[in-house]
Write a protein that binds this ligand. Structure first.
Ligand code: GLP
Length: 251
């Protein structure tokens, strides 16, 4: 595991974008798993800048996404589908047919989970890169704390803490979906490289626990410790507990 120190959110976004951009330059037909949430917005802005400067093209790439709310999400401005369109896809040359996000509005949601799992299984040797944020309770994607690691794409009842965490994106608390569909732990762990990004004081305790505590499904992100190629890019505030307890672990 490599932990890369950044002074602030802007530096985290730039460094994370540099890592993803190098991958795209070296392997233009990369398959990349994207994440939503507040944390990757700056990273996506940086990728758009690099695309506009002509440094990178997404034309040959394929993309997957970690998760989606369940319900009539196509009408929901705050759906992860719309998040990806607005924060990245509409600003770059990725082909819409090469982007895949679980369809939370599917009439047969179980069939949709199976379709997504199969689509991920068809990628030779797994995703080239999966970008991850971390939830306040240690969730990755929407894999919530549980007694086991759910392996494949599945439906989740969001915890109260996670629902709270979605508040910045909704004007009305009651409109926050309470269920979601998420990529499971297997596709995440099968990715050749993982990029975990974290920013802000609110992430410092959970980040330390996830990366240095026991590997347990009660903190889903803790499984990342045993991934073959995990890079963590985080800012000073998010790293504060690690700086205090494991200063030698930081690059
Ligand atoms: C959401 C997403 C996760 C994300 C997490 C953290 O619940 N499903 O993929 O990593 O929240 O979000 P934020 O970056 O806003 O802190």
């Amino acid at each position: 595991m490599n932990i890369i120190f950044c002074e602030d959110y802007e530096e985290m976004s730039r460094k994370a974008a540099a890592i993803i951009a190098s991958k795209i330059i070296l392997k233009p037909d990369s398959v990349i798993g994207f994440a939503t949430g507040a944390t990757p917005i700056g990273l996506y802005k940086e990728l758009i800048k690099r695309y506009e400067k002509g440094e990178i093209s997404f034309a040959d790439m394929r993309t997957f996404n970690l998760d989606e709310y369940l319900g009539e999400i196509k009408d929901l401005e705050t759906s992860f589908y719309n998040f990806m369109q607005n924060n990245l896809f509409l600003h770059i040359d990725v082909k819409p047919e090469n982007t895949d996000i679980p369809d939370g509005s599917a009439a047969d949601i179980q069939a949709e989970c199976e379709r997504y799992t199969e689509a991920l299984d068809l990628i030779p040797e797994g995703l080239d890169f999966q970008i991850l944020g971390i939830g306040a309770n240690g969730h990755i994607g929407f894999n919530e704390p549980d007694d086991y690691f759910p392996l494949d794409t599945h439906i989740v009842e969001l915890t109260e803490e996670t629902i709270e965490g979605q508040k910045p994106f909704f004007d009305d608390y009651n409109k926050i979906p309470k269920r979601a569909v998420t990529m499971g732990i297997r596709a995440i762990m099968n990715a050749k490289q993982l990029l975990l990004i974290a920013s802000g004081d609110g992430k410092s305790k959970i980040l330390e626990k996830a990366l240095f505590g026991p590997v347990t499904p009660n903190i889903p992100a803790s499984i990342l410790q045993i991934h073959r190629c995990l890079t963590v890019v985080a800012d000073r505030a998010a790293l504060s507990q690690i700086i205090e307890k494991h200063p030698d672990a930081i690059l």
